[in-house]
Ligand binder design. Sequence first.
Ligand code: ADP
Ligand code: MG
Length: 626
Amino acid sequence: MAFLKLLARNRLALGGLIVMGVVVFVALITPILPLADPDATATADRFKPPFSEGAILGTDHLGRDLLSRLLWGTRLSLAVGFAAAFIAATLGAAIGIIAGFYGGRTDNVIMRGVDMLMAFPYILLALAIVAALGPGLLNALIAVAAVNVPFFARNIRGITVGIAHQEFVDAARLAGMRNSEIIIREVLPNVLPVIVIAMSTTIGWMILETAGLSFLGLGSQPPQADLGSMLGEARSALITNPHTSIVPGTMILIIVMAINLLGDGIRDALDPRLKSGALSRPMAATQVERRENAPAAQTGALLEIADLRTEFRVRSRVYKAVGGVDLHVEQGECLGIIGESGSGKSVTALSVMGLVASPPGVITGGAVHFDGTDLIGAPYRQLRSLRGRRVAYIFQDPLATLHPLYRVGDQLVEAIQTHESVSKSTARARAIDLLKSVRIPNAENRIDSFPHEMSGGMRQRVGIAMALANDPDVIIADEPTTALDVTVQAQILSVLSDLRRERGLAIIFITHDFGVVGQLCDRVAVMYAGRIVEEGPTGEVLRAPQHPYTSRLIDCVPTLGGGQRKLAAIPGLPPVVDRLPDGCAFADRCDKAQDVCRAADIALGETGEGRKTRCLFPETTQKGAA
Ligand code: ADP
Ligand code: MG
């Protein structure tokens, strides 16, 4: 259904679909229409003009009714075109899948054969095949299908090669599936859309090719009419009685146009990348639609996020990923943001520099005060000059953020030269210093390594070095240690902690691990369903969490040497952010929830020195004696 909706959004494709629908429908019901016999000659009635009595479209050189011949001919041409496309697609796809899946010698032998077929011009090859088989509609069909097989085989082979080496195919093999099963269950579903797409865009061609062969007298044989043979027979009367040519010619034009428009539409609607909007180029900065005025800065901190609201608009749904977040970080301070996966931490972080992809992301309210200016809705030039220079990011997976084909040194140099016009050698010397500052041993040699030559921890250090390249004031680290093991994580944390002290860096550290927060952060903000539910100095929050969610999160952290303790899991799941409840978003998972919790919005209230909690019944107990 989603497919039909997407298709309908494309006006031209919809037009093609409607025209094609009408043509196919008429072709289907032709046998039951009250038409004259298409092959009945009446020499007395030759070349009747259109709109004559008894022959709406006139008659041809043998006095046959053109309307009747047109409809029967369309029926035949469509049938042959579709059949040829179906045969070519099936054969070509089978050949392509086998070549691509088995690879090696199989691939070589098959593809060289295909190449040989492709070496001849299309129509010449088709002519040769019909010449060998003898004229006739069936042979024309075979010829047209045969010349199109290589096209499908090549296309599908390319796709299959890409799929055959992917992990899910390996997994299927490990699970003990036979090759034939893998092809049918794993590979075929992935190539099927491509086959349909290739088919829908080539049927038009095949109908034309069949018509071409019939035009030359090699396809349908008299008296049987198809669109090509009608054109061929009308050739000699082109000047004297043009309607005999115009009638079948117009029909060919209509059919091929409609099929091609429809084919384009099908291709767009079936391509999953187009569906997710990935091919529509994201804007340079997140789209901003602020309904109210920007809130003024309150704290005078280096970076202050005030009532930030970011949502995703996906078709008719609106996902409120960030629903009014207030945060601030001072120079030299480390602020932790903690919350379950999906609570809106990354979107908050990316909104700061307008890095949320638009579409579908839209910032609908709030302000980000950095060094005296509001960055929300700031001109792209200003954002770009700040990105990486004043505010830098470190992401979770350094293998995904480092370019696999460049040496890490070149990438560092690039990061430096983006914001500063320094010579390559100066930049390189700086890059070596940077690698040293994140404690990469033997930095002079390591600078020429490729990302894949480094371990995960090394790569993340390079990621940190890149963030440091332009001496930023704020580093936003989005789960930088989640992909690393515990010992490497400890090293990375200590590097970050030292850098903060040496350079007076402000760090916003996003994580889902309270252990990490405890090691690094001065203050911590707990996020749930796109809002801050508790904020305060790390030690105090850990010792005496006030929001039940915080308390439950802390209970989820395993401790060593504390004896056996039952690890608490939080029951239920976080709410989906396109249908947030009225009151407390955590109420459904909270054992203290009462009716008032669900009644109305709950404010983030002051609950002590530097502490804030969004809860009507805050916890009062202290955590463990430790
Ligand atoms: P996390 O706290 O794990 O970093 P995120 O900030 O990435 O969470 O995501 C917050 C919410 O925003 C999630 O519920 C997610 O489903 C939604 N979201 C993120 N990116 C998109 C997107 N491109 N389209 C729609 N929803 C999104
Ligand atoms: Mg995230």
